[in-house]
Ligand binder design. Structure first.
Ligand SMILES: Nc1nc2c(ncn2[C@@H]2O[C@H](COP(=O)(O)OP(=O)(O)OP(=O)(O)O)[C@@H](O)[C@H]2O)c(=O)[nH]1
Ligand SMILES: [Mg+2]
Length: 455
């Protein structure tokens, strides 16, 4: 498709969001931009020649029919995003206004832009490098501030550092394997030593892969499950966290039957909050099914919140939950602190962690609750910050990772160190390729397949 794009044509696109909106921005770029500006823009003070800057006035169609009033941003020369003469019409975000303006632009021989075409021109005019385009593409996919920080850290060579670390782990592995070739009788001991650097490389590699998958929506946000007995106040806490009435709250135990999920932010990251059905021993039928469903979510959660009714205290249900899921990080909430019958546990030693005092109903104690959540989020997602590969690097890392995993299997399978060492050298070569030149054609194909119109 790119071969059919002609830089001598002038292109336009609505580059602000869906209409109606407060303001709409229509971008124009190409050799006819300034002529088009003169045809459409009217202002008593405008002398007919544009300089770089912002103008206020009216926009008109054929025969001076009014289109709208607004601002016109003019970039008369190469000092623009695309590196060509460009305009930005800022008008009211009315579908009728924007469609009249677009009609006029077509009459004046501009054509609608293809997705990513402005960025493509920026690349052709050497305003953006292929790497900067990759970063731009990922910036639009960023889900939270950590992704944004990781994208900007690429400029500081975060991936190059990752590759260096992987390479040095593999050099360590090669040294061990080469020793094994020379002293074959000590093979078992040597393979034991080789496992350390290999595991380290696999871990670094998979974390980088996970970061990329997450940015690209192929992995879900980590989950936090609210768990406890019926009526403990899980749904009330669910609503307090989301700051809206999302889950039904009722004084009848067994109100929540299904699993409810909503996204929320914690430490700049998107998480998924899960409300589950209250657990008790005598559940049957759909209630039993609801509890089992909740169990499967709890199994998959990054951490969980045990909601205890502080007017009742710990029962066998909570003790059993704490026993079963103690290896997963959790926070205990001692709910309903506003009620007269509420008592904070006297013997904290009997509990695995000090509970947070809370009234979910009045959202009282939420500050302490959020700090407990922050602490858990910190330990539950240590992988969030770190080198974020580009698409090209990701593809190479997938290959590196799968070879490393098979190398580990072969190491356990007592294969001859000569073969293993050959494979390890191959992985080192793959890593070399990772820090090499960017495949520009590949990057540009992505601009056209994934960028939005107007970018
Ligand atoms: N006074 C007081 N009442 C609360 C508090 N939290 C929840 N409740 C009440 O306790 C009852 C049960 O609350 P829910 O949030 O529905 O409890 P749940 O744990 O989701 O219950 P199930 O869905 O049955 O498992 C409701 O009447 C709530 O208003 C609280 O902090 N203080
Ligand atoms: Mg509920």
């Amino acid at each position: 498709m790119r071969s059919r794009l002609d830089k001598s044509e002038t292109i336009f696109a609505l580059c602000s969001g869906p209409l109606p909106s407060a303001v709409a921005i229509v971008r124009v770029s190409g050799p006819r931009a300034l002529t088009i500006g003169r045809e459409i823009f009217r202002s008593p003070s405008f002398r007919g020649e544009f300089e770089r800057g912002m103008y206020f006035g009216s926009f008109v169609g054929e025969g001076e029919t009014p289109i709208d009033e607004g601002l016109l941003l003019v970039f008369p020369d190469h000092r623009s995003f695309t590196g060509e003469a460009s305009l930005e019409f800022q008008c009211h975000g009315s579908p009728a206004v924007v469609s009249a303006l677009e009609k006029r632009l077509i009459e004046l021989a501009a054509r609608p832009a293809q997705p990513g075409e402005f960025s493509y021109r920026a690349y052709l005019n050497e305003k953006l490098s292929a790497t900067e385009i990759e970063n731009l593409r990922d910036l639009f996919r960023a889900q939270d501030s950590i992704d944004v920080a990781n994208i900007y850290r690429r400029r500081d060579g975060a991936t190059t550092e990752l590759v260096q670390r992987l390479r040095s782990a593999l050099t360590g592995l090669l040294a061990v394997l080469d020793t094994a070739i020379d002293f074959s009788e000590e093979y078992a001991e040597v393979t034991q030593q080789a496992r350390g650097p290999l595991d380290l490389a696999i871990r670094e590699c998979s974390l980088a892969i996970q970061r990329y998958s997450r940015l690209n929506g192929s992995s879900n946000s980590p989950r936090v499950a609210l768990v406890g007995r019926p009526n403990a106040g899980k749904s009330s806490l669910f609503n307090a966290i989301l700051c809206r009435y999302r889950a039904i709250v009722h004084d009848k135990p067994g109100t929540t039957r299904d699993v409810l999920e909503e996204d929320f932010m914690l430490q700049g990251r998107r998480w998924r909050l899960v409300d589950t059905a209250g657990r008790h021993d005598k559940a049957t039928g759909t209630e039993r099914e609801g509890i089992e469903l909740g169990d499967s979510y709890l199994e998959g959660a990054a951490f969980w919140v045990l909601v205890v009714d502080g007017t009742v205290g710990l029962t066998e249900i909570e003790t059993d939950l704490l026993q079963r899921y103690r290896s997963k990080p959790f926070v205990i909430v001692w709910n309903k602190s506003d009620l007269p019958g509420w008592t904070y546990p006297a013997d904290l030693g009997a509990l695995p962690a000090a509970p947070v005092r809370l009234s979910a109903l009045h959202a009282d104690g939420m500050e302490a609750f959020w700090s407990a959540m922050d602490a858990l989020a910190g330990v539950s997602s240590p992988s969030a910050h770190g080198p974020l590969p580009t698409h090209r690097e990701y593809a190479a890392l997938l290959e590196v990772n799968s070879r490393l995993l098979s190398l580990r299997e072969r190491l356990d399978g007592d294969e001859l160190p000569e073969y293993l060492s050959e494979e390890a050298r191959l992985v080192v070569n793959l890593l070399e390729g990772l820090v090499g030149e960017v495949d520009t054609e590949h990057v540009l194909d992505r601009v056209f397949s994934e960028f939005c119109i107007g970018k």
